[in-house]
Ligand binder design. Structure first.
Ligand SMILES: *Cc1c(COP(=O)(O)O)cnc(C)c1O
Length: 381
């Protein structure tokens, strides 16, 4: 097989692979029950506590699947048929949560917000006043629209009503402060290919001690054998066989996670803010504008920008692809109107945005984008 040409991924997942993770992919094969693999797993579990800001009574592990398995595993473990669940939905991933809960036979209530706007705390409170819920779930950063939801406030509110809380941390944990135990979150998950810049295929998850107790108190069996907390604990805590884990993906995730913590979670949060602000400033010089109106509702890791009239979505993105730069458009009602620029993990690097602006200058026949980006970065640095 000939090696494919290099591409610059500005997609909101997958992200460019972190160099140590890329190297780890070629480590020699080991069995899933080998002590070396268990040593890697133990380090991953410990580091995930840090990533999620969870205390040592939480259970962390990797699921052998993508972020959506992380989402589904949470509902499958925490919900029993006819349990009441409150889902906050203002984009594709929130609605995916509702769909999964429905399939599990739960009683689903959805609190909505319009596309491009955050979930309102008063709407969540109104729903909680009406009836009791076992679980409240919210997507922290809605990738489909670039909206940051007030997950921390929602979690605190839901806790005060005695609910369990699930927060989708796919676009936030690892790139923004995340404090599961302080915020009262019981279950969180992400995907390896998002903020950690590892290859896709494993989903890092965390269950709080209250979530573990809730699973232990179930009357019915967890409907998904593969993601049953008990089976996961058998392998990850007691080192018993459950299923054959993807060893190479564990190596790569371990390397990427170690690198992220070495850089520092605060340093990463600063990096994503600086690169994102400079990218928006440069795009504004040619008529792009932020899709999300309220600055405090903008997700730092996915920059959603509205296209100016003179920029045609599909032809310009295919022109960028000819220069090896991959950009994602809108979904559903935002298709053709917005781009969603990834700033997760390795994509939030000035070098990546230089490649993007260089290609954009060529495709649009404009000048000054790289200069504008650098100027803004220098002012802030
Ligand atoms: C990408 C994403 C998911 C799903 O992850 P997959 O790895 O595509 O299965 C879930 N939630 C959010 C917010 C995401 O961005």
């Amino acid at each position: 097989m000939t090696k494919p040409l290099e591409q610059v991924l500005l997609t909101p997942g997958p992200t460019p692979i972190e160099p140590h993770a890329q190297k780890a992919l070629s480590f020699p094969m080991r069995g899933h029950m080998d002590p070396e693999v268990f040593a890697v797993n133990a380090r991953v579990q410990e580091n995930l506590l840090t990533l999620y800001g969870a205390n040592s009574s939480a259970f962390t592990c990797l699921l052998a699947g993508t972020g959506s398995l992380g989402m589904e595993a949470g509902f499958a473990n925490l919900l029993e048929p006819s349990d009441h669940v409150l889902i906050c939905a203002n984009g594709s991933f929130g609605y995916r949560m509702a769909e999964m809960s429905e399939r599990l036979g739960a009683n689903v209530t959805v609190v909505k917000a319009p596309i491009g706007q955050a979930i309102q705390l008063e709407d969540v409170k109104a729903a909680l006043e009406k009836q009791a819920f076992k679980l409240v779930a919210v997507v922290h950063g809605e990738t489909s629209t670039g909206v940051l939801n007030p997950a921390v406030e929602i979690a605190k509110l839901a806790k005060s009503y005695g609910c369990l809380v699930t927060v989708d941390a796919v676009t936030t944990a690892g790139m923004m402060p995340y404090h599961m135990s302080d915020w009262g979150i019981d279950y969180s998950y992400t995907g390896s290919q998002k903020c950690l810049s590892a290859p896709p295929g494993v989903a890092p998850v965390a269950f709080s001690s209250a979530a573990i107790a809730a699973v232990e108190a179930r009357k019915s069996k967890v409907p998904l054998w593969y993601a049953d907390l008990e089976g996961l604990q058998a392998y990850w805590n007691r080192r018993e066989y459950h299923h054959t884990v993807p060893v190479q993906l564990h190596y790569a995730l371990d390397a990427a996670l170690t690198a992220a913590l070495a850089e520092g979670l605060e340093a990463r949060a600063i990096r994503v803010h600086e690169v994102g602000a400079a990218a928006l400033a440069a795009l504004e010089t040619i008529g792009f504008s932020a899709f999300v109106h309220r600055p405090e509702e903008r997700l730092p890791t996915v920059l959603a920008v509205r296209l100016p009239d003179h920029v045609q979505d599909v032809p310009v993105r295919s022109g960028l692809r000819d220069h090896g730069v991959i950009v994602t458009g809108g979904l559903g009602e935002t298709a053709g109107k917005i781009w969603r620029l990834g700033l997760m993990g390795e994509s939030a690097r000035p070098a990546i945005y230089h490649r993007f602006f260089d290609a954009l200058e060529k495709v649009l026949g404009v000048k000054g984008l790289i200069t504008a980006f650098d100027k803004h970065l220098a002012v802030r640095a």
